[in-house]
Structures are given as C-alpha cells and as structure tokens.
Design a binder for this molecule. Structure first.
Ligand code: NAD
Ligand code: UPG
Length: 330
C-alpha cells in the first residue's frame, strides 16, 4: 500500500517523504509547487504536480496507486497573510481540504493525517495547553484549520474513515542528514529569518512587538524540530493502521521561548552578532502558546529526540548554508 503526501515538496512535507522512504513505504507526492520545490522531493517518491482541490485527480491517484493513507500538508501557512487575504486562506486550507477529504472517503482511504496548528487555540498563555482546552483562533489561518478539523470529525463519524489532526506548534530545524530543510522564498518564520540574517542574506531582523504581556514583552512559542514532527506522523499513522480512534493531538515540547531568546540562540550558535531592531506587533500574532504533548506520547508512543533549541538552530543554520551553495550552483 502507498501513502499519498500532499504538500510533499514543501518544508515539513519533504521531511515526511524522507521519513516514509527511510521506513520502506511507497510514497506519492501531490504538490502544485506554489511554495514548494520539485528538487526537495526524495527521488524515490512518485511526484505529481497538481492541486489537492482537484477531486478527479486525487480520485485517480487513489485508485491507480492503491493509496490507503493520506498525509495532508498542502496549504497556506502565513498568519499575517491570512489576515490580509482571509478568503484565499479559506479557499486553500478549508475548501480544498473538503475536496480532498471527499475524494478520500469516496476512494475508500481509511487513514488520514492532517497538519493542524497551535493557532486553533488562540492566546493560550505560557502554560502548556491540552487538546481539550477551548479553541479560539485569532486569525483566519487558525480558523481555516479548525474548520478542517471539524470536517474531519464529522466525516469520521459518518464514514469508514479515521484521522489524526496533529496540532503543530512552531516547526523549525532541518534534516540532520542535510537532505532537506526550509527553503521557502521570502520566509516569515522566526528561526529561518534569524538564520538568514546570521548568514548575511538579510541586513537585520526585526522583533515584531515588545509590549506583550509575557516575561520579556515578546511572543512566546514552543519550537519543535521538524524531524521529531515527521516521527510523530509516522507514529500516528501506525496508530491508525492498528485501529486507533480519531483524535487531535499537540506536537510540541512543552517549553516556551520568547522571540528574544530565540534570536539570542541564533547569535550564540552561529557566533555572529547580527543587527536586531524592535518594531510594532504583527497582525494575527498571539502572545503565547506552548504544547502539552502528553496525549501524543500516550496514544502513539511519540518520543521526541531533538528537544534542544540550540540543536534545532544548528540544523537550520546548516541548511541555510547548503541553500546558499545550491543557489550559487543554479
Ligand atoms: N511551519 C510551521 O511552523 C507550521 C506550524 C503548524 C502547522 N503547519 C502546517 O503544516 C503544513 C506544511 O507547512 P510547511 O511549513 O511545510 O509549508 P510549505 O509552504 O513549505 O509547504 C506547503 C506545500 O503545500 C503546497 N501547496 C499549497 N497549496 C497547495 C494546493 N492547493 N495543492 C497542492 N499543493 C499545495 C506548496 O507548494 C508547498 O509545497 C501546512 O498545512 C501548515 O499550515 C506548519
Ligand atoms: O522576523 C520575524 C519573524 C517572526 N517574529 C515573531 O516570532 C514569533 C513566531 O513567528 P513565526 O515564526 O512567523 O511563527 P507563527 O506566526 O507563530 O506561526 C507558525 O507557527 C504556527 C503554530 O504556532 C503555525 O500554525 C504557522 O503555520 C507557523 O507559521 C511571532 O511572535 C512573530 O511576531 C519576529 O519577531 N520577527
């Protein structure tokens, strides 16, 4: 049987494809290459360029490749962009996920893993948040993902179909073997932006908001290494295949770092004292959100092995250097 990975040419999806290939699975990637890269897809995977909203295409892939599981990463991911373009986010993240779930149900795909987000909680504070906490997303991005969770819940109740929605906290770092990393053009993610600044690709980094009600006035997030996140998907897939029931589970480490702490970590690990300026708050940002991940550990035996901010930053910097070499070659 084969796993369909949507968004497999993107940052997290490309790590997942390697994780599946390393585990001996057959993989088909569906990606429209809006923010992903064809070269980021492991050569062992079948690559199909197309849109997850194309139900006929997905239906064909399911039957032609004998797909029994879908891991759905494809989507639009930038919180402030979702504030500026809410309908674009509801289309790509909610409407097209509906089409994909429909194709999965009609095609008899039983296992579905969805990239959800800590953004579904809204401002949860600096104490670890559990999955049963109220969901009050503060951005269209968070709402677009929460709506997809609700569609999955209703579809699982009505059909022979089970899902795990993994609520990722802030994903960072790169494959320790250097095979892939975050390559997004014009990235807005903190560790990526700070790594680019350390390597001189930007002349400064701006801290977006210093007047939050947090210990040092900057936002607090729980940064999870992308390889631990890929392992969580593999564990969740084994859980579903063993008959596990549908659920939503947090993926994070349970420690929050402020923006200032992250910037300091990038300076420490790179050994470069780059320029940092302070600016206003960014639209859609929540002050703090940190994961309680006891459920993922208990339900699918997830055991993170990269829980170390400096190690996360170090792989992000190594990938940034590899990207510079690639760009010089191309
Ligand atoms: N990066 C994070 O910190 C983070 C945190 C929480 C959740 N997520 C979720 O994880 C998923 C992957 O995020 P990422 O960081 O790898 O982003 P990314 O932009 O690198 O990857 C997304 C991929 O999906 C593809 N894509 C987008 N819309 C598509 C469509 N309609 N049809 C086919 N392909 C499409 C893009 O080309 C890209 O390759 C997203 O759903 C995102 O919301 C990410
Ligand atoms: O140049 C920068 C970039 C970011 N930040 C701040 O750093 C924090 C983290 O921002 P970012 O790395 O952009 O992540 P989030 O906005 O928290 O969102 C990420 O993490 C969410 C889960 O928490 C996911 O759902 C989203 O897809 C993903 O983009 C925020 O306070 C930003 O304001 C800065 O101060 N300067």
């Amino acid at each position: 049987m084969t796993v369909l990975v949507t968004g497999g040419a993107g940052y997290i999806g490309s790590h997942m494809v390697w994780r599946l290939i390393d585990g001996g699975d057959d993989v088909v990637v569906l990606d429209r290459l809006s923010t992903g890269f064809r070269w980021a897809v492991a050569p062992e995977a079948v690559f199909v360029e197309g849109d997850v909203g194309d139900e006929a295409l997905v239906g064909r892939l399911i039957s032609e490749h004998g797909i029994d599981s879908i891991i759905h990463f494809a989507g639009s991911i930038v919180v402030p962009e979702s504030v500026a373009d809410p309908l674009g986010y509801y289309l790509n993240n909610t409407v097209k996920s509906r089409a994909l779930i429909d194709a999965a149900v009609k095609g008899g795909v039983e296992n579905f893993i969805f990239s959800s987000t800590a953004a579904v909680y809204g401002d949860a504070g600096t104490e670890p948040v559990v999955e049963t906490a109220p969901t009050f997303p503060l951005s269209p991005y968070g709402r677009s993902k929460l709506m997809t969770e609700l569609m999955l819940q209703d579809s699982a109740a009505a059909h022979d179909f089970r899902y795990v929605a993994l609520r990722y906290f802030n994903v960072a770092g790169a494959d320790p073997k250097g095979r892939t990393g975050q390559s997004t053009k014009g990235a807005t993610h903190l560790i990526k932006v700070a790594s680019e600044t350390a390597l001189g690709k930007r002349d400064k980094i701006e801290i977006l908001g210093t007047d939050y009600d947090t210990p040092d006035g900057t936002c607090v997030r729980d940064y999870i290494h992308v390889s631990d996140l890929a392992n969580a998907h593999a564990d969740a897939l084994s859980y579903l295949k063993a008959g596990g029931t549908s659920l939503a589970a947090n993926c994070g480490y349970g420690h929050g770092y402020s923006v200032r702490e992250v910037v300091d970590a990038v300076k420490r690990v790179s050994g470069i004292d780059f320029t940092v300026v302070e600016g206003p708050r960014r639209a859609g940002d929540v002050p703090a959100v940190v994961a309680d991940s006891a459920l993922a550990r208990a339900k699918f035996g997830w055991k993170p092995i990269h829980d170390d901010l400096d190690a996360c930053v170090s792989t992000a910097l190594a990938w940034e250097e590899a990207l510079s070499r690639r760009n010089q070659r191309d």
